[in-house]
Ligand binder design. Structure first.
Ligand code: FAD
Length: 297
């Protein structure tokens, strides 16, 4: 099916994009890589009269280090995340997850900002954002505000962004020494979306896990932190027994989805296995056994 007719806008700045959002209000939608929005337009699930293309706003793209944080522009593509030397050294969990998104075309067109703003319950990057403790910058007519990842993902396809706000960048603190991260995914065989995805970031103090941030995607209506797993890891030895016991809690508090790909019990079991794998590799990276950089998550 063809999309309903719309007017296409290509603003040159974030301010111009916000002005267009303010003018057209509910009749407007931002467009980035189009790999989630265009299918919705073609199915006519969304029929905005104005599409505001932010992909050509130069200030919204790129990965850089600023004052102890890694700052990623919202229109940075998955392919750029995958190849970024800075991320590969400092935050390899992110290129690792980005490299598993869809196929080459999806990664060349899709953007981190589009993925986070769309908030698909089976998307990969939201779980990584939760595990690394990212902060999102949203800019609108009332100025800029910071939204922590934990507050950003509200519900199925719903975020804390207001309809007149542009997600401009994602900020992640450079991980502390002794931190490692890993992403483990069970992809849908056709789309490659996560039937289950687990992101784990662990900071070691000697042989113990001082801190662990674990997030899961694909199993519930929204990505979420696995708090019970985190509690079961914190302060405990970083060994296989502890990791296996903690991972058994990965679906605690989540209404696990079942669908044609498998029942909820199966998804829960896959999540437990993938949590154990992700935490194990995160620990290895924290120890420098599986690292691409001295300080890496
Ligand atoms: C075949 C296929 C396979 C895929 N496989 C995967 C997969 O394995 N894992 C995965 O995670 N994803 C997957 N995706 C989704 C892909 O990652 C999308 O590119 C992504 O979800 C949306 O990014 P986009 O840049 O294309 O956004 P768009 O489609 O352009 O926009 C999506 C939504 O975000 C809003 N938006 C975009 N940018 C901004 C911004 N800066 N500020 C505020 N709102 C904004 C738009 O208004 C729209 O509502 C797949 C997609 C396809 C088509």
């Amino acid at each position: 099916m063809y999309p309903a007719p719309f007017e296409y806008h290509r603003p040159g700045s974030v301010e111009d994009a916000i002005a267009l959002l303010t003018t057209y209000e509910d009749d407007a939608k931002l467009l980035a890589g189009g790999h989630s929005l265009i299918p919705l337009l073609k199915l006519r699930f969304a029929q905005p009269k104005h599409l505001i293309d932010v992909r050509h706003i130069a200030s919204l793209s790129g990965v850089r280090e600023v004052d102890g944080a890694i700052v990623i522009g919202a229109t940075t593509t998955h392919a750029t995340l995958e190849r970024s030397p800075l991320l590969r050294q400092m935050l390899p969990i992110l290129p690792e997850a980005a490299s598993q998104i869809g196929d080459a075309q999806v990664r060349n067109m899709g953007t981190i900002g589009g993925s986070l703003a769309h908030a698909d319950p089976s998307a990969d990057l939201p779980a990584v954002m939760l595990a690394v403790g990212a902060e999102m910058t949203a800019v609108g007519p009332r100025g800029a505000r910071t939204i922590r990842a934990e507050e950003f993902f509200v519900d199925l396809l719903t975020t804390a962004l207001a309809s007149d706000e542009v997600l401009t960048e994602i900020r992640i603190l450079v991980p502390a020494v002794g931190t490692g991260g890993a992403y483990e995914k069970y992809p849908h065989p056709a789309s490659r979306y996560a039937l289950v995805g687990v992101a784990a970031v662990v900071t070691l103090a000697g042989d113990a896990m001082q801190r662990a941030q674990i997030a899961v995607t694909g199993i519930g209506s929204t990505p979420s932190r696995a708090r019970e797993v985190e509690r079961a890891l914190a302060g405990r030895p970083a060994d296989a027994e502890t990791i296996a016991a903690a991972s058994s809690h990965v679906a605690d508090g989540i209404e696990v989805r079942g669908d044609l790909t498998g029942p909820a019990e199966w998804r829960g079991a896959v999540a437990r296995e993938h949590a154990a794998r992700a935490i194990t590799r995160a620990v290895q990276r924290a120890r420098g056994e599986w690292a691409t950089g001295a300080r890496s998550a």
